[in-house]
Design a protein around this ligand. Structure first.
Ligand code: HEM
Length: 399
């Protein structure tokens, strides 16, 4: 039996845990014991990770997967999933052909025209947050003032949440994405968000707008239950992830004056810097997790039907065979090809939107506050070590 288990505890704020980085030196694929005692696998190498994600003999259905981690975050998730079975429309956790149907409908909604409109709104939303920060004066918590509200308001735009309902909606989604909320509070918030989204779908049916939900309704292929599940997925997939990239990304830049100066000196580097921050920071601590539907050979290892495979994306995105010197943050490095948005059929549906939020968000923040700096010693920034998505709990800054 293997001794290897999974932990999210990191020795340094911007680097993955050393155990797994060292493991990668010994090979791409390793046996690992899961939280329920299952003998599954851990992937630490880039080539093997792409092979798993591209192979449809691996399933993403939740009822097949074993839990890789017995952390507080996973416990909370477990409690939630017992009360709330994966709803119809939550297509991330489905396989082809069910997944294909949803994915096609959704991809059709991310049109060039809609993305252009959204980008214009992201710019307005970002400037409004910066105005508020400036008026309040430093120090402020950048997570609360900037990193959380931007993706939250962008999801409101996408779903067409009316302006007067946004404050209440944001309050509930904030509880929902903070896994440190008490399980009972989180469950209550999930319930309210579901009820709200279901009502929103019904109203859009009566009075369609320009938003994505209205577009899906117009297509006429999805039931109200399915539309509610889709809306919920977009909310949970697009909110906490983007917020933590904005928070942790700013912290990483402030902690690395040379990289910050490089970006300030040449703002045209921003697109590249976003890719590099995605690669270097890789905020998905653990996973994706997949389960073999039949025996599959990966990198010379026989993965048997029913065995789960966990990808360690933070370590994979530093694989020196793909990213030489990958332990260094370098905003000039061509970082495309990283797996921070996944790969294969489930590759992030919202990646263009997420990139736009980060590009616009980081650039506007640095432009507005040329003297932006941490308001506490760097080692006092509280890190989300035991959350499903890594990042900072708070980021006190001043300028
Ligand atoms: C920096 C921010 C983001 C990161 C790091 C991220 C990361 C990911 C990853 C790794 C996956 C693949 C999961 C898997 O294979 O199991 C994924 C899927 C997904 N993401 Fe994102 N994401 C981000 C932002 C967004 C945004 C803004 C949206 C939508 C508004 C979004 C919507 C989705 C959806 C719907 C899926 C499921 C796709 C499918 O199953 O076909 N994500 N994301």
């Amino acid at each position: 039996m293997t001794d290897l288990t999974l932990t999210t505890r990191r020795e340094r704020p911007f680097d993955p845990p050393e155990t797994y980085a060292r493991l990668r030196e010994r090979g791409d694929v390793h046996r690992m014991r899961y939280a329920d005692g299952h003998e599954g696998w851990l992937v630490t190498g880039y080539a093997a990770a792409r092979a798993v994600l591209a192979d449809q003999r691996f399933s993403n259905r939740p009822e097949l997967a074993h839990p890789p981690l017995a952390s507080r975050a996973d416990l909370a998730e477990e409690i939630r999933s017992q009360e709330f079975e994966v709803p119809p429309g939550f297509f991330l956790r489905t396989d082809a052909p069910e997944h294909t149907r949803y994915r096609k409908l959704l991809t059709g909604q991310f049109t060039v025209r809609r993305m252009k409109q959204l980008e214009a709104r992201i710019e307005e939303i970002t400037e409004a947050r910066l105005d508020e920060m400036e008026a309040a004066g430093g120090p402020v918590d950048l997570v609360d003032a900037f990193a959380l509200p931007i993706p939250s308001l962008v999801i409101c735009e996408l779903l067409g949440v009316p302006y007067e309902e946004r404050a209440a909606f944001q309050e509930d989604t904030k509880i929902l994405v903070s896994l440190d909320a008490r399980a009972s509070d989180a469950l209550a918030a999930i319930g309210r968000v579901f009820t709200y989204l279901y009502g929103l779908v019904s109203r859009k049916r009566e009075h369609p707008g320009e938003d994505l939900l209205s577009g899906l309704i117009e297509g006429g292929e999805l039931t109200d239950d399915e539309l509610t599940g889709v809306a919920f997925l977009l909310l949970v997939a697009g909110h906490e992830t983007t917020a933590n990239m904005l928070g942790l990304g700013t912290y990483a830049l402030l902690a690395d004056p040379a990289q910050l100066a490089a970006l300030r000196d040449d703002p045209s580097l921003i697109g590249n810097a976003v890719e590099e921050l995605m690669r270097h920071l890789t905020i998905i601590h653990v996973g994706p997790v997949r389960t073999a539907l039949e025996d599959v050979e990966i990198d010379g290892h026989l993965i048997r039907k029913g065995e789960s495979v966990t990808l360690h994306l933070p370590v994979i995105n530093r694989d020196p065979s793909r990213f030489p010197g990958g332990d260094r943050l370098d905003v000039t490095r061509p970082a495309t090809g990283h797996l921070g948005f996944g790969h294969g059929i489930h590759q992030c549906l919202g990646q263009q939107l997420a990139r736009a939020e980060m590009r616009i968000g980081f650039a506007a923040l640095l432009r507005r506050f040329p003297g932006l700096r941490l308001a506490v010693p760097a080692d006092e920034v509280p890190l989300r070590a035991d959350m499903a998505i890594y990042g900072v709990h708070r980021l006190p800054v001043t300028w």
